[in-house]
Design a protein around this ligand. Structure first.
Ligand SMILES: [Zn+2]
Length: 120
């Protein structure tokens, strides 16, 4: 009577993946960031997004890019507060292939996303 046990890790493992239109940005960022092993994708409640490549030590590997889908520029709110963490709805890392090991991912996740309150 083995019940299927799902590993009950504390970490909430909602699988967030890049949307199609985000993927294009991700590709572009990775192309321009040879040290990047993934791209941090931050979605804001207003619909704007922040992205930056991350290196294997968890340091930024590109400059931060802010953009808004189908818009010439980010919204006025973001222009004012630069996409404040308070307004982040989702933040995750899109790993480039081949993906790093889970332990590396965890370490970088903690370093990069650890202090973003909305990640819970
Ligand atoms: Zn915005």
């Amino acid at each position: 009577m083995a019940k299927k046990k799902k590993s009950s890790k504390k970490v909430k493992n909602i699988k967030l993946v890049a949307e199609k239109n985000e993927e294009a940005m991700v590709e572009g960022i990775l192309e321009g960031s040879p040290d990047g092993i993934g791209v941090v994708i931050v979605r804001l409640e207003c619909g704007c997004k922040k992205m930056a490549a991350v290196a294997k030590d968890g340091e930024p590997a590109s400059k931060l890019i802010m953009y808004r889908d189908q818009a010439e520029s980010i919204c006025d709110k973001c222009k004012k507060d630069n996409g404040d963490y308070m307004r982040v709805t989702e933040a995750f890392i899109h790993w480039s292939k081949p993906e790093p090991s889970d332990s590396v991912k965890e370490r970088i996740n903690a370093k990069v996303l650890g202090n973003a309150p909305a990640v819970n």
